[in-house]
Write a protein that binds this ligand. Structure first.
Ligand SMILES: Nc1ccn([C@@H]2O[C@H](COP(=O)(O)OP(=O)(O)OP(=O)(O)O)[C@@H](O)[C@H]2O)c(=O)n1
Ligand SMILES: O=C(CO)[C@H](O)[C@H](O)COP(=O)(O)O
Length: 335
């Protein structure tokens, strides 16, 4: 059974609510795969499973309205290749075997849609919680007792080895977060709107997501912080420092951590998804082509034709096989 719950449930009943209906192996819609190779993923899975011997939950704040995109649909609910952005992000975390649960925080009006997405894309171990008026309030609604990973729902391309680094550092240090070099210099202006001063760029870093926390740290930080923090704050690591004295460990992350913020980012995310799909499609086509070649040389009677979407195999004058490559590569992705 999929659970929809409210904040009080999260904080009191969190562990026992981690149950969800096991879904069958029905064909999923197109899934573009992921960045890492299969071999690399196996190693990472094993490394992760060996080192993470504690409960880990990820909170995906997805309760925003995406004003900066200038479009009506919240960005996390935009669709690429028949799948919503939030579903790509959930899928990324679903594939990490040492993460026990995924808490998706959504606006009240999107609760039904989110439940529908979970059923439609057969997501597992997902809890849906309603969000708050600000990002901090949404995150607070989602945290529960375990090591808590926080990751914006609109950053779909994070990799497992990086999540592992953040998780281990959070467990050891109390808090950890992704950083990236600044791409532009940060300046401050005077009240009149003129340059006041600029920061020395090499001394500063952009704080990104993923971030990780020991539950007590993030929970206490939110318990103690002010209304103003909830309303205007943008940095969880800052709350951990100010209210719990926890010095977070910053960890440099890859550029793929970037956040979908503006309309152009939606187009960029879409082209990355399509690129990954194309890569797997070509890989599948080539593998099948080699397979059919080998088969045809072994069984002398087989003749075949091949184009970009289909391989045609004539076994004899009466029997013809058509292999739809699009369909086969979709199956490859989803298993
Ligand atoms: N009340 C809110 C506001 C934001 N978020 C989530 O926090 C993440 C990062 O925030 P941001 O990029 O600022 O998203 P929006 O608030 O939706 O965008 P905008 O600021 O342009 O309105 C997003 O996944 C967003 O859905 C949330 O869960 N609850
Ligand atoms: O990278 C982050 C640092 O915690 C957050 O994702 C970022 O602050 C989100 O903020 P905003 O809602 O202003 O885009």
């Amino acid at each position: 059974m999929t659970c929809v719950m409210h904040k009080v449930d999260v904080l009191t009943n969190f562990p026992k609510l981690y149950m969800q209906e096991e879904t069958g192996d029905m064909a999923r819609p197109v899934d573009p795969g992921h960045f890492s190779t299969c071999e690399a993923r196996l190693d990472k899975h094993i490394a992760g499973l060996c080192s993470v011997d504690f409960q880990v939950a990820v909170v995906l704040p997805a309760g925003g309205s995406g004003e900066r995109t200038g479009i009506l649909t919240p960005k996390q609910l935009c669709t690429f290749l028949n799948r919503l952005l939030i579903s790509y992000t959930i899928q990324t975390f679903e594939r990490v075997p040492w993460i026990q649960s995924i808490v998706v925080v959504v606006a009240k009006e999107s609760l039904d849609l989110m439940m529908d997405i979970i059923h439609r894309f057969h997501h597992r171990n997902v809890l849906v919680v309603h969000g708050g008026s600000t990002r901090h309030r949404s995150i607070f609604n989602g945290v529960g007792p375990s090591v808590v990973i926080i990751h914006d729902a609109v950053r779909p391309f994070v990799e497992e080895d990086f999540l592992l680094k953040i998780t281990m550092a959070a467990k050891e240090q109390g808090a950890a977060g992704a950083i990236r070099p600044l791409v532009s210099t940060v300046i401050a202006t005077t009240l009149e709107g003129y340059l006041d001063h600029s920061l020395e760029r090499t001394k500063y870093r952009a704080s990104e997501m993923t971030q990780g926390f020991i539950y007590d740290v993030i929970y206490q930080a939110y318990q103690r912080c002010s209304e103003s923090d909830f309303k205007f704050g943008t940095e969880c690591l800052h709350l951990a420092l100010q209210y719990c004295g926890t010095n977070a460990k910053p960890i440099e992350g890859p550029p793929t951590l970037w956040k979908v913020t503006y309309k152009g980012d939606l187009a960029a995310a879409e082209s990355i998804v399509k690129g990954m799909y194309l890569y797997t499609f070509l890989y599948t086509t080539l593998s099948l082509y080699c397979f059919v070649c080998t088969l045809s040389s072994l069984c002398h009677c087989t003749v075949f034709k091949c184009n970009i979407s289909m391989i045609v195999v004539y076994l004899d004058s009466k029997t013809t096989y058509f292999i739809d490559l699009m369909y086969v590569s979709t199956i490859f992705y989803t298993t």
